[in-house]
Design a protein around this ligand. Structure first.
Ligand SMILES: [Zn+2]
Length: 158
């Protein structure tokens, strides 16, 4: 028997394998991955190789988001917290950066609502901090590319 081809899995996670057996071309369907369920539609997967992508560590419920787009975060700063099997899991910034996107947000203390998240789902996207204030006593990152003055100390930065 020799294998001819294996198709890419379709939405149901099924690949079609074609093979030759006794000079006849045969095919069979094989479940190779999880079906794309309705709940998974529109899910944005984090790129594990991208240090600016911050994913949910597991399936769970996002209950608090601490950051907003435009926030500057330091490596190790808590970005959000996911409830996993009733355990709180703090998710920290993997690197210094500026928050570019917040894909899901929650504020359980405010509205008693959690937002379900999936393992590996992109929750926060960071970006490189554009510039740092030239005033050495300040040294704060400048969040706006076109700012002429440091918003922290007032030093001219352009
Ligand atoms: Zn400054």
């Amino acid at each position: 028997m020799s294998l001819l081809s294996i198709s890419r899995p379709n939405d149901a996670g099924v690949s079609v394998c074609r093979y030759v057996l006794d000079s006849e071309i045969m095919s069979c369907e094989v479940q190779v991955s999880q079906p794309q369920t309705a709940a998974g539609k529109g899910l944005v997967k984090a790129d594990p190789g991208n240090k600016y992508h911050v994913a949910s560590p597991s399936n769970g419920d996002l209950w608090v988001m601490y950051v907003h787009p435009g926030d500057i975060v330091k490596e190790g700063e808590e970005l959000f917290n996911v409830s996993i099997m009733k355990q709180e899991k703090a998710v920290l910034a993997p690197t210094d950066g500026i928050v570019k996107r917040v894909l899901k947000t929650a504020d359980f203390k405010e509205n008693k609502q959690m937002v379900s998240v999936r393992e590996g789902e992109l929750i926060v996207e960071l970006g490189p901090v554009p510039r740092v204030c030239r005033n050495e006593a300040c040294g704060q990152p400048i969040p706006m590319n076109n700012a002429a003055f440091c918003p922290y100390c007032g030093e001219r930065v352009l």
